[in-house]
Design a protein around this ligand. Structure first.
Ligand SMILES: Nc1ncnc2c1ncn2[C@@H]1O[C@H](COP(=O)(O)OP(=O)(O)OP(=O)(O)O)[C@@H](O)[C@H]1O
Ligand SMILES: [Mg+2]
Ligand SMILES: [Zn+2]
Length: 270
């Protein structure tokens, strides 16, 4: 079973570890349990490089290629509420789109605030129509934590699946990451963001990959942030019961609702 694969960080069982290192008064989450992110361990009377170095390099290579430059500019201060209507209400909840966006934004801020402070933290599931700011808000979280030096992996689900598929290509370059390296990075990184878990073609192979990542993270109390434009009620139809049930357990759902795609509104503003 894939869940027995060695963890990315080190040979010890992974999980949430609180580093004794303090950075700007923030008690941050250590990526490696063995060296607490110092990169070296003491053996006898000398310091030797920790085994996490290679895995950390893999994560860095992966990370660098995943968060597109354009998304580095998404910050909480740039998030505007003007696109979310005060008049239209989200009928099941009876609150306006504006209020719904405020609740979602607050949950995102609280996530960043709590991350690394609590042993177990709920992830977030952002649902909503096309162009409602789901990816934008997920990137606000990613950027805030990356600025603190916390490892975050931002994966657009269709790209992740393409990358996993490409590892089966016999002509791929020798330096390319292997399937296990990619999966281990997604399983073990302190924060994983799965962007656009949309209405794609979920074959059994795809479902199994997503399940193995999410099940591992659930078992090791590692949070995940997911954006999707599938309605909560329809998620199971795409992902299957086992994965959907785990997402419910790991993530608190929030909605970002707009009557007009923000991309269209921003084009009109120009
Ligand atoms: N609250 C906001 N304030 C300012 N700009 C925003 C906001 N929300 C979204 N945008 C901008 O609108 C565009 C669409 O947003 P985003 O990509 O987050 O939508 P989405 O909900 O992820 O859509 P999709 O379902 O198509 O993935 C982006 O260019 C983004 O920068
Ligand atoms: Mg998106
Ligand atoms: Zn280490």
């Amino acid at each position: 079973m894939e869940d027995n694969d060695p963890p990315l960080a080190c040979t010890k069982p992974p999980g949430l570890v609180f580093s004794k290192l303090f950075r700007k008064g923030f008690r941050r989450l250590a990526f490696c349990k063995v060296c607490h992110d110092r990169g070296v361990v003491v053996q006898g009377n000398r310091a030797v490089p920790c085994s996490c170095a290679a895995q950390r390099a893999i994560l860095r290579r992966f990370q660098d290629s995943c968060l597109p430059e354009a998304l580095r500019s998404c910050t909480f201060t740039a998030f505007s509420f003007k696109y979310y209507s005060r008049q239209i209400t989200d009928s099941p909840k009876g609150i306006s789109y504006h209020e719904s966006a405020r609740l979602t934004f607050r949950a995102a801020l609280a996530f960043v605030e709590d991350f690394g402070k609590k042993e177990r933290i709920d992830g977030l599931l952002f649902t909503g129509p096309v162009g409602s700011g789901k990816t934008f808000l997920a990137c606000c979280i990613a950027n805030a934590l990356l600025d603190r030096g916390c490892p975050v992996l931002f994966l657009v689900v269709p790209d992740l699946l393409d990358r996993l598929r490409s590892t089966y290509d016999p002509n791929r370059g020798p330096g390319e990451l292997t399937e296990q390296e990619i999966l281990n990075a997604a399983r073990n990184v302190p924060l994983l963001i799965l962007d656009d878990l949309g209405a794609h073609n979920y074959t059994d192979w795809v479902r199994n990959k997503l399940y193995s990542i999410l099940n591992y993270r659930l078992n090791h109390a590692l949070p995940v942030i997911i954006t999707t434009n599938i309605n909560l009620e329809d998620l199971e139809e795409y992902l299957g019961e086992r994965t959907t049930s785990r997402i419910y357990q790991m993530c608190r759902p929030y909605r970002l609702l707009v009557d007009i795609d923000i991309r269209v509104l921003q084009r009109r503003e120009k």
